[in-house]
Each structure stands twice: as C-alpha cells, then as structure tokens.
Design a protein around this ligand. Structure first.
Ligand SMILES: [Zn+2]
Ligand SMILES: [Zn+2]
Length: 259
C-alpha cells in the first residue's frame, strides 16, 4: 500500500491537489479542489503524469473561487463524483452536477476505492468549509488550508497524520505593511481568514508528538509572504534545515510526495 500526493497549484491563483492511494493493482486518485480553468487543469494533471479520466472523485473544500474553478465542467465531462458540504453547494448557487454530487459531512468518513477520506470543519469565512484527512489504512495525511485559526476539533482530526499540506498564508509584518486595503488585511489576519506562518508552525509543533513527520507549505500569499519566511517558521519546529521544507507554489505546486 502507498499513499502519495502532489499539489498542482496553491494560493489565490488556484488550488488543486491530487492524492493517490495504491493497493495491489487498485489505484485511486482523489482531486482535492479544482481551482483552475479546465485547460490549465488538464495541463497540470498531465505534468503529474495523469489524465483527467483517472480522477476517481473530486472533493471541494469550500466555495471560494480559487477552489472551485472548473469543477462542474470537469466532473460532468469525465463523469466524476464530486463531494462537498451542503453549505458549499448552496453557496455555489446549487449548480447542476448531473447526478454526480455527493454530500460530505464533518466527521463522516467517505470510502473512495483504496482510500478513506475524513472531512472536518474549520474556521474560515465560507458557508460550510471542510478540510480533510486521507488514509490508505496504513498511513494518514492531512490537507489543511484556508482557515483563520486552529481549533480543538481541527487538532483532534489531524492527530496521527504523518504528512500535512499546511497553509502558510502570510507573514504578519508583510501583511500589515503591505498594499492591501485595511478591511482585507483585517479579514485575512482574523480568526475566519488565513493562517500566518507562526500559526502554521504552532499547529505543526502540536502535531509532532502525534506522529507528524513532514509538512509541505501551501497557500502562500504572493503579496504578503515569501517561501523563505514560511521555511524559517516551519524548519525549527520540524527539526530540519530550512531548504528541506517544500513550498507548493501557484504555478507548479510541488512534486509527488509519499505521505
Ligand atoms: Zn483559498
Ligand atoms: Zn477560502
């Protein structure tokens, strides 16, 4: 059994991550978020060595534009089931998924081929946002982007994850002194916005005793963060050199990683 993942793009320009579980000859691919145009999505799946028809299911974390992108077109064209919360579906305007919509709920596990997915709620300014953990039965990984702060619930759900794709959205000083209008600054730094590097590091630190071995930094703001700042925040916590912390970027995401 193996569990691997590859981010295809991360940040406000569009988010998408492929998680692959392999058990014997059975290979399962879950696409987490679909925040790119359809052509770009095909291109980036291709770069990951995949075709869209190999995607077994899509999971949409929430309705913000950088996460939904081409989901309807991709799902309907390729006949891929799409999981999202009822709140996300309502906030998207209840689009017609042609029978492919599946409702995801906090704490209710979903079996998709060789993997089991467990969604959980997070504090973020969307209608009913869900992030997730995923396991092949042997190892567990987590996806945690788009949240303003941690919670007991979030930490409980992530306990036991070996690998985490973790939002490092901004450096508080860069955000404060940057060019964003004040209400947007307040939204991003607030408890329903996005995680600062230090907040991400605190989450990683708390999860280390619960088995966390690797983090990949994600959803970095191009305006309010730099990869070296995210690496500097995470490296001491993970006990590694700064250059060993990978940051998924907007244009290329990251390479494949074993979870
Ligand atoms: Zn986002
Ligand atoms: Zn969001």
């Amino acid at each position: 059994m193996t569990l691997r993942f590859r981010n295809l793009g991360s940040g406000s320009s569009g988010n998408a991550t492929v998680i692959q579980a392999r058990e014997g000859t059975q290979v399962t691919h879950l696409l987490v978020d679909c925040g790119l145009g359809i052509r770009e999505m095909h291109k980036r799946l291709g770069r990951a060595g995949m075709l869209a028809e190999q995607v077994d299911a899509v999971f949409i974390t929430h309705e913000h534009a950088d996460h939904i992108g081409c989901v309807r077109a991709l799902a309907v064209r390729e006949r891929i089931p799409v999981y999202m919360s009822h709140g996300t579906y309502v906030a998207m305007g209840e689009p017609d998924f042609d029978g492919l919509l599946r409702v995801a709920r906090d704490g209710v596990a979903i079996e998709i081929g060789a993997m089991q997915v467990r969604p959980f709620t997070v504090p973020h300014d969307a209608r009913e946002p869900l992030q997730l953990t995923c396991t092949d039965g042997a190892v567990r990984m987590g996806v945690l982007t788009d949240l303003g702060r941690s919670s007991d619930h979030v930490m409980q759900e992530l306990s036991g994850c070996a690998t985490l794709l973790l939002e490092c959205n901004h450096d508080p000083h860069m955000l404060e002194t940057g060019s964003y209008p004040w209400p947007l600054k307040r939204r991003i730094s607030g408890g329903w916005g996005h995680l600062a590097n230090e907040a991400a590091a605190a989450i990683a630190l708390a999860l280390r005793d619960a088995g966390l071995k690797r983090v990949v930094a994600a959803h970095l703001s191009e305006q309010n963060n730099r990869p070296d700042l995210a690496r500097a925040a995470l490296a001491p916590v993970m006990g590694c050199d700064a250059q060993d912390i990978v940051c998924a970027d907007g244009a290329n995401g990251c390479e494949w990683f074993d979870a």
